[in-house]
Design a protein around this ligand. Structure first.
Ligand SMILES: [Zn+2]
Length: 370
C-alpha cells in the first residue's frame, strides 16, 4: 500500500510539478490563493503568513464558498508536500485549472526562511461554545480571541439593550458593562427579554447580570446602576472598545455621543418608534457623529416614548440584534459595516434602506471648529 502511494506521488510530481516554497510565496504575494490544507491542530503550531487555513476535509466546498474561481492560481500546502499533491489532483479533477502543491510543505516553507505565524488558538471550552461562529472565515479563532478581549458598554437594559446584550454575551464578548437606572416593570417584559417575571421590581442591571452570566458564565458582566448623563458619560465610555446606545432619550444620546467622540470609541446607534427603526454606526476616530445626524433634539414631547406610542417587542428585538451584529462585525474587523451609514427600516411594510451619514463640518462635537 505504502508503495502504491509513493508511486502515485511520483507520477503526480511529473504531471503536476510542485512549486518551491519561495516561488509559492512570490505567487501568493501576487494574488494566488495559498491554502493550508493541514489539520487544525497542525495549523495551530504555525502557518505561512497570508495562508488561508481551509483544511482538507471540506476543501472543495470551502474554496467555492470563499469565492475561488476555476482559473485562479491556487497553491496547496500541507506538512511535507504529499497530502497537498493528492489534494491538487482532486481539485484539478473537479475543474480547477491552475492548482499546484507547495514542495516540501510547511517544513520546506520554514526551511526556506519564509514568514510564518502561530495562529491564535482557543481552548476546548471556547472551541465547543463558539464552534458555529468560529467556522466562519470572518470570525475564526483570531476573531473569537478579539471578541474575548473586547469591552463593550451597553447604554440601557431595555428593548434595544436586551437583545444586544444577549447576543454579545452569547458570542463571547469578554466584558459587557450594562448601565441603567431603572427597575423592571411588568410592562417591560414583552420586549426587554433580559428580564423575567420573577425579576419584576428588581434593578434592571441586576436582572440583566443574572440572565447574561446564566447564558455565558465565561464572560464578565459589569452592572452599573446609574442614570447616564453628561456628568458620568465620559467615565462610562473610558476604556471601552465600543458602545451600544440603547437609550430612549436625547439627553442621554447626546451625552454618550460626545463622550464617544472625545474618547475615540465607535458608537452603534439604534432607535425605534412604533414600526419605524434606525440603526447606524458612528465610527471611532471622528466624523460623522450622532450630532451630525441630529444637530438638535426635537422639542419636548415631539418624539413619543414606547409607553406613549406602543411597540411590538420584536421591533426593538430586531434593532438591538442588528446593533449586536454591527458590534461583532466591528470588533472582529469586518470591512462592510454600517460605519457612517444609517439603516432606516419600515418594519410595517418591510422596507429597508441605507444612506451615507454625511459628516457636518460645522458639528459642534466632531466638526472642524469643535
Ligand atoms: Zn458630528
Amino acid at each position: 500500500m505504502k508503495q502504491r502511494i509513493a508511486d502515485r506521488l511520483a507520477q503526480l510530481r511529473e504531471t503536476l510539478p510542485p512549486v518551491s516554497p519561495t516561488e509559492a510565496a512570490t505567487r501568493a504575494e501576487a494574488g494566488a490563493w495559498l491554502i493550508d490544507i493541514r489539520e487544525a491542530d497542525e495549523i495551530s503550531q504555525g502557518t505561512p503568513v497570508g495562508a488561508r487555513p481551509l483544511g482538507r476535509g471540506f476543501l472543495e466546498m470551502r474554496l467555492e464558498s470563499e469565492g475561488a474561481t476555476a482559473d485562479e492560481p491556487i497553491l496547496l500546502l500541507c506538512a511535507s508536500g504529499a497530502r497537498s499533491l493528492l489534494a491538487a489532483e482532486q481539485l484539478r479533477a473537479i475543474g480547477y485549472t491552475d492548482v499546484h502543491s507547495v514542495a516540501g510543505g510547511f517544513d520546506g516553507w520554514k526551511d526556506a526562511g519564509l514568514a510564518f505565524e502561530t495562529p491564535v488558538s482557543l481552548d476546548a471550552a471556547d472551541r465547543a461554545r463558539y464552534a458555529r461562529q468560529v467556522t466562519l472565515p470572518e470570525i475564526g479563532a483570531a476573531g473569537q480571541a478579539r471578541l474575548r478581549e473586547a469591552r463593550v458598554l451597553i447604554i440601557g437594559a431595555g428593548g434595544l439593550g436586551s437583545p444586544a446584550a444577549l447576543y454579545l454575551a452569547a458570542a463571547g464578548v469578554g466584558r459587557i458593562t450594562v448601565v441603567d437606572h431603572d427597575t423592571v416593570d411588568r410592562s417591560n417584559l414583552h420586549r426587554q427579554i433580559l428580564h423575567r417575571d420573577a425579576t419584576v421590581g428588581q434593578s434592571k442591571v441586576r436582572s440583566a447580570h443574572a440572565t447574561l452570566v446564566a447564558l455565558n458564565p465565561a464572560i464578565e458582566v459589569v452592572p452599573v446602576e446609574a442614570r447616564v448623563s453628561v456628568d458620568n458619560a465620559a467615565e462610562l465610555v473610558s476604556g471601552q472598545d465600543l458602545v451600544i446606545d440603547g437609550s430612549d432619550n436625547f439627553d442621554v444620546r447626546y451625552a454618550v455621543n460626545d463622550a464617544c467622540v472625545a474618547a475615540d470609541v465607535a458608537l452603534v446607534y439604534g432607535a425605534v418608534e412604533r414600526f419605524a427603526a434606525q440603526v447606524g454606526v458612528f465610527p471611532a476616530g471622528g466624523a460623522p457623529c450622532y450630532r451630525c445626524l441630529f444637530a438638535e433634539a426635537p422639542p419636548a414631547g415631539a418624539a413619543p416614548t414606547c409607553a406613549e406610542a406602543g411597540v411590538i417587542g420584536a421591533v426593538p428585538g430586531i434593532v438591538g440584534t442588528l446593533q449586536a451584529l454591527e458590534a461583532i462585525k466591528l470588533l472582529v474587523g469586518m470591512s462592510e459595516t454600517l460605519s457612517a451609514r444609517l439603516l432606516s427600516i419600515d418594519l410595517a411594510r418591510q422596507r429597508w434602506h441605507t444612506m451615507q451619514i454625511p459628516a457636518n463640518p460645522a458639528c459642534v462635537i466632531c466638526g472642524v471648529h469643535a
